[in-house]
Every structure is written in structure tokens, then in C-alpha cells.
Unconditional design. Structure first.
Length: 604
């Protein structure tokens, strides 16, 4: 304030005693003496420096400091540096608080982590107000804030990455019965802020996979609170990260709408063909494999009632789609079954696996672990968890011998006729398997494909490139979705060399040359010498910055064998994409321009 008053007095003196041409030089000299010479002292003062003003929320003083130093050449740089350090310190403190809370209260760790996201959103709101109001949207302060948030937003809390925490936070907002009880307007506002936070997270592909897993559970188990909110956040994510980022998620939402139409057709089919009715109410979601996360498919032995329902639906589906194969994912199913206990009949809401185990006790009073395994055809990976939920959990539908809290292979089980509950309908919970390890493994695998695809694109355009430049361009292309590890890029380069896609220059080992197997090529027709190669891999790259190879199909090049469509890695036919193979001394493939071909696993 004193500096501002001093400058004002000098301007007044100029207007009273001096020629107006003297004002600029005089003011510059005063500014230099007041603000530049004493800059460190002014900015670092304990009670009136930048840190103190930020700590005490002195908005007017911060605005004044900005006005003063904005007129000094490079005067705002030290102010913005302190601003960045202050935000980083506050954000890191929030992370540490959440870490300590999660460690001391393991049971409430998830709650504490969600509190963390809410506090980070509040922190962002607070300092964004400072940037707009006090610092007049100056680029230095936007940059300082971005860099500060990138530092602490990429830290882990109790083993969970920020990407996972953000996806979980979205889940609590969007699912039924979530901990965040908000109005529709507040939900929209919060989702907008969450997407802004995502910009600071380096592993956006990891967020996408965690979010997709949780979205799948909300959709498949009817836990989504509002379809409009689901579409709204996807729209925001698409705008922030691009169409490739949300394409599968949007496909999932659309898929479920189509599944409802399939179900209506199935209900109509049963109404018109009473003799085919399976005897149970059956609802089936027919989904496109390529959109959804991968799930383990088990050849469980279904009870006769369920098996009949599956057969009836298969007959119905074959009438509509003769060339499509249904893969049943029973692990995602749910059942409502009536259990007759001594005191009353209770409706049990269970998973398909749990229902299959319970139905075994319709024909047997007592079964051993090994007998249940044999009759159900379930593996040791699934069976202990299922039996534990039915015999050791909240609702003890089965009695276990010995009566312990763990399930062993020597245990015996029988239906608990004495079970009772005040409710007429109960949901028997099945603890979720920790998906974190699987998600991280899937993302790491996809990143290898993404690095390969980036190297392919770069080398196809450059033909010859130095090692350092190739690595830098690869990092630049992939940085939008994740920060690629330099060692991983080098490893993928070596792998492509081993597959004869690249070669080191004989005169300069730090230079790479692209190898090509194309005989002749144009945008619609590609000819390849089929006698030289055993396998063809067709890959569709739909976006210039596609995170990973989207669609591929391995074709054995044997005489007389032809393939008339391209399928995704999950076995789903892609509409509108066609490859026609004519096997002979030369193979001709009619392809759309967006499709790249790989020979023996190497692109050209």
C-alpha cells in the first residue's frame, strides 16, 4: 500500500512541477527502487509477503501486489513462483492428511479418500478465483496453478492412484445410494469440476479403465441414479480428452438401450410362442463385447431351470442373428429365488453363481466342498468366496461344518432350515474382488500396443529417424493419455526391430530405417506377397492419436481360405469395415484407408 501511495505522489509531483514527458522515466526509476531492489524482502516478508497474503486470504493486497509488479519487467515471475509453491504445499498437506486418515482408519479409508477429492475440488475453486479476480487471468498464474496441481494430483493415497480415486468419486456421485447426496444442479456442477481435475492427472488411460469398470457395474446392475448424468459426464470427458477416450463408454450406454429393445422382442416372442416359455422370468442383456471390460466366462453347470431359459433365448436369438455367437457371462447375472425356511419363505436376491450353489441343496441335504465343486464345475478361484458369502457372511443361508470363519476343502455344507430374518426379501452380498491389479495389468498391456502404434505412425511418415527424435515424438504423441516410460519405448523399439519392422542403419546405429513389405499400394487396394508370410494382422487405427490398436484379426494364409470381415480383439464384427482375401501367389485386400496391415506381427 505504501509503494502504491508513493507512486501516486510521484505522479502528482510530475503533474504539478515537471513536464509530462518526465513521468515515464521517473515512475520507472521509483518502481525499480521500491519494487525491484527490495523484491525479495517485500515478497518474503513474514506478515506481508506473498505467502502471508495467500495464507490469510488477503484478496485486496494480492490484487494490489499484482498491479504493482505487473508494471515491472518480469516482476510477476517471483510472485507466480511463490503462488505455485503455496498451492503445492497445501495440496500435498491434503494428500498427507488423507494418507494418515486411511492408515489409522482402514475401515473408513474409502470415505477419507472421497473427502480428499472434495477438498481438492474446493482448493481448485479457491485458487482459480484468485487467478481470475486477483491476478486478472494472467497466463503465468494459470501455468503456476496447473503445475502445482499436477504435482500433488499424481500422488497415491493408501495404494490408490489419483486416477482410481477420481473414478471412485464419480461412482459415488452417479450411483444409486451413493454417499454424495446432491441435487441435479449440484451433481452437474461437481462433474464439471471433476473433469477439470482430470486435466492434471497424467494417467488418463488408467482413469478411463477404472471409470469404465465402475460404469459397467452401474449399468449392468441397475445402479445408475440418472441416465442423463451418465451421458452428461461422458460428453464432458469427450470434450476434454477426445472421442477415442469415451467411444467405448458411449457404446456401453447405447448398448444397454439396445439390450432393452432385445428384451422387449424376447418377451413378445415368448408371448407368441407359449410352448417355448422356460418356466422362469428371464431377462438377458445382449452386449457388444468390444465396448465392455473383459470378464471371465465360466462353464458352470446350470440348474435345469436356468439351462432351459438359456436354451430358449438362444433359439430366439438365432432367429434374428444367425451368424453371431453368444458368450454367456454368468458371473454378472443376478437371481431372485424363493427359499423355504422352517418359519417362513424368504426371497433371496443373489448372484447367478450363488443361486447355482443353493439349487444343489434341492436334491441333497448335505454336500462336501469337493462334491459342490464337481456338481457346479466351479474352480478353486471362485468357490471359496461364494461358499463364504452363503455360510459365513451376514446371512447364513448354509450351515458349515466345522463352524469356522474360513472355507476349506474339507468342509461340509447343508441348507440352514432354521434361518430367519425380519425382512421378506434380502440381498445376500458377495464381496467384490479387488480389480486394481487387473486394471493396471490391462492398461500396461494397452500401453505397449499404444507405443507400438505411435512408433508405426511416426516411422511411416518419416521413413528414417534418429533414436532420440523417435523417442521424443513418441512421447509427444502419447502424452495426451499417459506419460510413457522412456525405457518402455526403447524396449518396444527393440521388439519392432526383432520383428523386422525397423532396422538400425548400418553406418549409424542411432538411426532407424523403416522396412516395408508392400508390393503395391493405393488407398483402396493393397497387394502383399503371401508366400513370404504366414500371418496377416489387420489393425484399424481410427484416430491420429489413438491410444491403442483398436481392431485386429489373425488370418492364416492357406490356399482356398477367405475372410470377409474384420473382427475386434474381442470377437465382434465391425460394421462397415471389410477385408476380402483372395489367396494365391498374390493376396489382394480391399481395405478402407483407416486400416493398417501388420505382417508377422510387424506393421508396414
Amino acid at each position: 500500500m505504501q509503494a502504491e501511495e508513493c507512486l501516486k505522489r510521484e505522479r502528482d509531483r510530475v503533474s504539478h512541477y515537471l513536464h509530462s514527458s518526465s513521468e515515464i522515466k521517473l515512475v520507472e526509476k521509483v518502481q525499480h527502487e521500491l519494487l525491484v531492489v527490495n523484491a525479495n524482502q517485500l515478497l518474503e516478508k513474514e506478515h506481508s509477503g506473498v505467502r502471508a497474503l495467500l495464507r490469510d486470504d488477503k484478496v485486496e493486497d494480492l490484487s494490489r501486489m499484482f498491479r504493482l509488479y505487473h508494471k515491472v519487467t518480469r516482476g510477476l515471475e517471483p510472485v507466480s513462483n511463490v503462488f505455485k509453491q503455496h498451492i503445492t504445499a497445501e495440496g500435498t498437506a491434503l494428500i498427507q492428511q488423507a494418507e494418515d486418515a486411511a492408515s489409522s482408519q482402514a475401515a473408513n479409508g474409502g470415505v477419507q479418500e472421497q473427502v480428499l477429492i472434495r477438498k481438492i475440488i474446493e482448493l481448485h475453486d479457491k485458487y482459480m478465483t484468485y487467478v481470475t479476480a486477483c491476478f486478472q487471468n494472467h497466463t503465468l498464474f494459470h501455468k503456476a496453478m496447473k503445475e502445482a496441481f499436477e504435482i500433488f494430483c499424481n500422488k497415491t493415497v493408501a495404494g490408490s492412484s489419483s486416477a482410481e480415486l477420481l473414478a471412485t468419486f464419480c461412482d459415488t456421485i452417479l450411483r444409486k445410494g451413493g454417499s454424495e447426496k446432491l441435487s441435479d444442479e449440484a451433481i452437474e456442477e461437481t462433474l464439471e469440476k471433476v473433469v477439470k481435475l482430470l486435466a492434471f492427472i497424467s494417467d488418463k488411460d488408467l482413469f478411463a479403465e477404472f471409470y469404465r469398470k465402475k460404469l459397467a457395474r452401474r449399468l449392468l446392475f441397475d445402479r445408475s441414479a440418472n441416465d442423463e448424468h451418465e451421458r452428461s459426464i461422458l460428453s464432458k470427458l469427450k470434450q476434454q480428452c477426445g472421442g477415442q477416450f469415451t467411444s467405448k463408454m458411449e457404446g456401453m450406454v447405447t448398448d444397454l438401450q439396445l439390450a432393452k429393445e432385445h428384451q422387449s422382442s424376447f418377451d413378445e416372442y415368448l408371448a407368441n410362442n407359449p410352448s417355448t416359455r422356460p418356466g422362469i422370468d428371464l431377462q438377458v442383456n445382449v452386449l457388444t463385447t468390444g465396448y465392455w471390460p473383459t470378464y471371465k466366462s465360466s462353464d458352470i453347470n446350470l440348474p435345469a431351470e436356468m439351462a432351459r431359459g438359456v436354451e430358449v433365448f438362444k433359439e430366439f436369438y438365432d432367429l434374428k442373428s444367425k451368424h453371431r455367437k453368444l458368450t454367456w457371462i454368468y458371473s454378472l447375472g443376478s437371481c431372485h429365488i424363493n427359499a423355504k425356511f422352517d418359519q417362513k419363505t424368504i426371497e433371496l436376491v443373489v448372484t447367478t453363481y450363488q443361486a447355482c450353489l443353493l439349487m444343489l441343496f434341492n436334491t441333497s441335504d448335505k454336500l462336501s466342498y469337493s462334491e459342490i465343486m464337481t456338481q457346479s464345475n466351479l474352480s478353486d478361484d471362485d468357490l471359496p468366496r461364494l461358499l463364504h458369502s452363503l455360510s459365513c457372511g451376514k446371512y447364513k443361508i448354509l450351515s458349515k461344518e466345522p463352524n469356522t470363519k474360513t472355507v476349506n476343502q474339507n468342509d461340509y455344507f447343508e441348507f440352514n432350515h432354521k434361518f430367519n430374518d425380519r425382512m421378506r426379501r434380502i440381498k445376500v452380498p458377495l464381496p467384490l474382488v479387488d480389480e486394481r491389479k487387473k486394471v493396471v495389468e490391462d492398461v500396461d498391456k494397452d500401453r505397449r500396443y499404444a507405443i507400438d502404434a505411435a512408433i508405426v505412425r511416426i516411422m511411416k511418415s518419416r521413413k528414417v529417424l534418429g533414436h532420440q527424435q523417435l523417442v521424443l515424438e513418441c512421447v509427444e504423441q502419447l502424452n495426451l493419455m499417459f506419460k510413457p516410460d522412456i525405457k518402455a519405448i526403447k524396449k518396444r523399439i527393440e521388439d519392432l526391430i526383432s520383428r523386422d519392422y525397423l532396422e538400425r542403419d548400418k553406418e549409424n546405429p542411432n538411426m532407424f530405417n523403416q522396412l516395408s513389405a508392400v508390393v503395391s499400394s493405393n488407398p483402396q487396394l493393397l497387394k502383399i506377397n503371401s508366400r513370404k508370410y504366414n500371418f496377416l494382422l489387420a489393425q484399424a487405427c481410427l484416430m491420429p492419436y489413438a491410444m491403442l490398436p483398436c481392431y485386429y484379426y489373425i488370418i492364416s494364409l492357406k490356399y482356398g481360405y477367405a475372410v470377409r470381415h474384420v473382427v475386434s480383439s474381442d470377437g465382434v464384427t465391425l460394421g462397415g469395415v471389410a477385408i476380402i482375401l483372395k489367396i494365391g501367389s498374390l493376396m489382394e485386400a480391399e481395405i478402407p484407408c483407416s486400416v493398417s496391415l501388420f505382417l508377422n506381427g510387424r506393421p508396414f
